[in-house]
Design a protein around this ligand. Structure first.
Ligand SMILES: NC(=O)c1ccc[n+]([C@@H]2O[C@H](COP(=O)([O-])OP(=O)(O)OC[C@H]3O[C@@H](n4cnc5c(N)ncnc54)[C@H](O)[C@@H]3O)[C@@H](O)[C@H]2O)c1
Length: 246
């Protein structure tokens, strides 16, 4: 029987329709959490895979109104959330020569503004419970020589800065805030990455294989559990030993 470390918890996962977000959702549910699955299109497949205890919500997490609506739905259908996994993200490859302000702003809105909105809506709810968990997806690409990602790397570095600052503001109420930095991972979002590029990445890792979503979900289970109660403001690299941030 699965370890029911998250029994009774209510968790919100953004970008839950596919990839890392879907896997995190399945694993949190297997540990006993009730799930609010959020994506641009209603993540019905993920909800069906989980069955009872999961609701699928269509929302754009890059705008405040998306968060206001999803918060009201979660309150009504599941109760006040204990856990937010800010997973939804976009990573268009655009070199600085082609990058325009619109793409820059969109990348920040989806990958970073969303984390701010999540805190504004859910910190008050978690404060009441004297317990809460935010896990925010950054990326190990911030330390790698990959072209076409200046906007993405800037936003994902911002995720770490926000995590560090927010952790200080909420620690007294039992709320922890941490970032996860995955390696290049096998998801629908990376299906177009050329094989040679992927192989070069694996060869630079101590563990020489493509990361799977389940490899990333494991540390998120830990960070959202009671076991990680004394760990906050951290940036955890989950990349098979490719890059070490100290
Ligand atoms: N896959 C990788 O190699 C990798 C590596 C490091 C970090 N990450 C990060 O992990 C997270 C998940 O990556 P993935 O590869 O599973 O992504 P993916 O592209 O496979 O899935 C992302 C999901 O987020 C949703 N989404 C995008 N914008 C949204 C919005 N405005 N509102 C609601 N939902 C939205 C998409 O619809 C999609 O279902 C991202 O934050 C990404 O930056 C991924």
């Amino acid at each position: 029987m699965a370890n029911r470390t998250h029994e009774g918890r209510i968790a919100i996962v953004t970008g839950a329709a596919q990839g890392i977000g879907r896997e995190i959702s399945l694993q949190l549910a297997a540990r006993g959490a009730k799930l609010a699955l959020v994506d641009l299109r209603k993540p019905v497949e993920t909800a069906e895979l989980i069955g009872n205890g999961a609701i699928a919500i269509q929302a754009d997490i890059s705008v405040d109104s998306g968060w206001a609506e999803l918060a009201a739905t979660v309150d009504k259908q599941l109760g006040e959330a204990d856990i937010v996994v800010n997973n939804a993200g976009i990573y268009p490859n655009i070199t600085i020569d082609e990058l325009d302000l619109e793409a820059w702003r969109r990348t920040f809105a989806v990958n970073l503004d969303s984390h701010f909105y999540s805190a504004k809506h859910f910190v008050p709810r978690m404060r009441k419970k004297k317990w809460g968990r935010f896990v925010n997806l950054s990326s190990n690409s911030i330390g790698l020589p990959i072209t076409g990602l200046s906007h993405y790397m800037a936003a994902k570095m911002g995720v770490i800065g926000f995590v560090r600052g927010l952790a200080n503001d909420v620690a007294a109420d039992g709320i922890t805030v941490n970032a996860i930095l995955p390696a290049l991972t096998n998801t629908p979002g990376t299906s177009g990455v050329p094989e040679e590029f992927k192989k070069n990445i694996w060869e630079g890792q101590a563990i020489k294989r493509f990361a799977e979503p389940a490899d990333i979900a494991g540390p998120i289970l830990f960070l959202t559990s009671d076991d990680a109660r004394f760990m906050t403001g951290q940036a955890l690299v989950v990349d098979g030993g490719q890059y070490k941030i100290s």
